[in-house]
Design a protein around this ligand. Structure first.
Ligand code: ZN
Length: 285
């Protein structure tokens, strides 16, 4: 839990023009600021922000609130996530109130899984975009299928080399806890004592949670292959709960709000293709 003291520090630092201005282009009008509403489609601006009252209100769709509700509404954060975002923005160190040992282990495990996924995503991206093997086998395959580099980078698509332990070795060299690695699905435990890469020679689609952190992966074979299933997905763990996440929701959140409509497609590549074509209110189950 974030301590009341930290919450106090955060709320006293909030500048609503700065926060809303991060996402909406605002122009000064008298004592207020005016912009195009991010919650509905409009041509003439009716979204008003008052720095004095520290609130926003849209006279078109009626949405209103303060900086924290803005982040919750616009970025789809929960209350705690919004506070953490603000703390990071204002360089405020978060003080946590006492938690039970069980809660502590749960938080530590989740943090470690996020850290492993973050490292792995960077590793996979570098392999795809910079290694000879990645460029020749995976990047060329994606490009043949029509994916442009900007969209590959936006969705942080990557490649796991066709080697037994390329990722595993990199993770261990960077001191990640070996006992947690199999939980992420990235690594599997052979015969109880040997860790090996699970997604060898596959294209990797990171799955982002609602705050943009990587919570899991989908790994696709390249072309036709008799090596196992077409896709392997992360098993459920402390941070990845299949029934609670839709692929692409992080990238679709503002477009869904604006269009008040959400398209559901079958798979990773459908979401990415539609984004490339300019249709962003799309997710996959
Ligand atoms: Zn509005």
């Amino acid at each position: 839990m974030i301590s009341p003291n930290t919450i106090q520090q955060i709320t006293s630092r909030i500048d609503i023009i700065d926060i809303v201005g991060e996402f909406v282009k605002l122009k000064k009008r008298g004592t207020n600021y005016l912009g195009n509403c991010p919650f509905h489609n409009e041509k003439s601006p009716s979204f008003t922000v008052s720095p004095v009252k520290e609130i926003y209100k849209c006279f078109g769709c009626g949405k209103s609130g303060n900086s924290i509700t803005f982040l919750m509404e616009h970025e789809k954060y929960n209350y705690v996530e919004a506070l953490r975002w603000l703390a990071a923005r204002y360089n405020i160190e978060i003080e946590e109130t006492e938690t039970s040992p069980e809660q502590k282990i749960l938080v530590q495990t989740s943090d470690s899984l996020y850290a492993i996924n973050h490292f792995a995503q960077k590793f996979f991206s570098a392999q795809l975009l910079e290694s000879e093997e990645g460029k020749n086998i995976a990047l060329s395959y994606l490009q043949e299928r029509g994916f442009r580099k900007e969209i590959i980078e936006k969705f942080q698509i990557g490649y796991n080399p066709d080697s037994r332990t390329a990722l595993t070795e990199a993770l261990i060299a960077n001191q990640f806890n070996p006992t947690l690695l199999p939980k992420t699905g990235l690594v599997s435990n052979r015969n109880g004592d040997e860790l090996v890469d699970n997604y060898r020679g596959r294209i990797i689609f990171p799955i982002h949670g609602n705050t943009g952190k990587v919570i899991g992966f989908g790994a696709r074979v390249i072309g036709k292959s008799d090596r196992g299933p077409k896709y392997i997905n992360t098993p459920e763990n402390d941070i990845y709960i299949k029934s609670k996440i839709l692929y692409g929701s992080y990238f679709a959140r503002t477009a869904i709000d604006k269009k008040n409509e959400c398209l559901l497609v079958e798979g990773y590549t459908d979401v990415v293709s539609l984004h490339q074509a300019g249709i962003e209110n799309v997710v996959a189950s």
